[in-house]
Write a protein that binds this ligand. Structure first.
Ligand code: AMP
Length: 195
């Protein structure tokens, strides 16, 4: 089973994806994590996109589609969880083509619904908590970059909600509920996919 977790920055996509890795043996494909790893490893591409990411803007479709292409070819456990990808219509089309070319389907798109004020607070809190714990703080976890990330989401990513609704793949989940309640809602969506 291959699924997308869709939602604005700070909605909890990563947290929910990691849970499904544990419970279902799926493989999480987070383009944000891949890009941060590329930066840490000092690769030319990683360094090139670091500033764009710190500002909260999207990196080019070409780069992220290339990353995902590579991972899809490597295959993935009981299925892929796409986390933070696709973020544009061009990426969504490319994903459909990549899955089709490798004989796979997209089984569900889970939209985590949250309100904007809560998102900004969550992300700013995430930074404050990491700082207090002496952990590294994401370069884009500040109020200013967060506003840009939200703007990018509404301009470029939110059209995917209509796109996947029209394809019949979309399920909405209340992302403001407690983490384990969100997990339960997602599990029940996925249980229905194959029943
Ligand atoms: P995330 O960890 O998903 O919040 O992503 C962090 C940052 O990485 C984003 O704000 C973008 O700059 C970049 N990024 C991650 N995934 C994508 C994507 N699918 N398309 C374009 N940029 C991305």
């Amino acid at each position: 089973m291959n699924i997308i977790i869709l939602g604005p920055p700070g909605a909890g996509k990563g947290t929910q994806a990691r849970h499904l890795v544990e419970t279902r043996g799926m493989v999480q494909l987070s383009t944000g994590d891949m890009l941060r790893e590329a930066k840490t490893s000092g690769s030319e591409m990683g360094l090139r996109v670091a500033e764009v990411m710190a500002r909260g803007e999207l990196v080019t479709d070409e780069i992220v589609i290339g990353l995902i292409h590579e991972k899809i070819l490597q295959g993935g456990g009981t299925g892929f969880i796409f986390d933070g990808f696709p973020r544009t219509l061009a990426q969504a089309d490319a994903l459909g083509e990549l899955l089709e070319a490798t004989g796979q389907d997209l089984d569900a798109v889970i939209e985590l619904e949250v309100d904007d004020e809560t998102l900004v607070k969550r992300v700013v809190n995430r930074a404050a908590e990491a700082e207090a714990a002496g952990e590294p703080v994401r370069a884009d976890d500040n109020a200013e970059s967060m506003r840009t990330r939200l703007m990018e989401y509404y301009k470029k990513t939110s059209p995917l909600i209509g796109y996947y609704y029209a394809k019949g793949d979309l399920s909405k989940v209340d992302g403001l509920a407690a983490i384990d309640a969100v997990q339960t809602s997602i599990e029940s969506v996925l249980d229905k996919v194959h029943s």
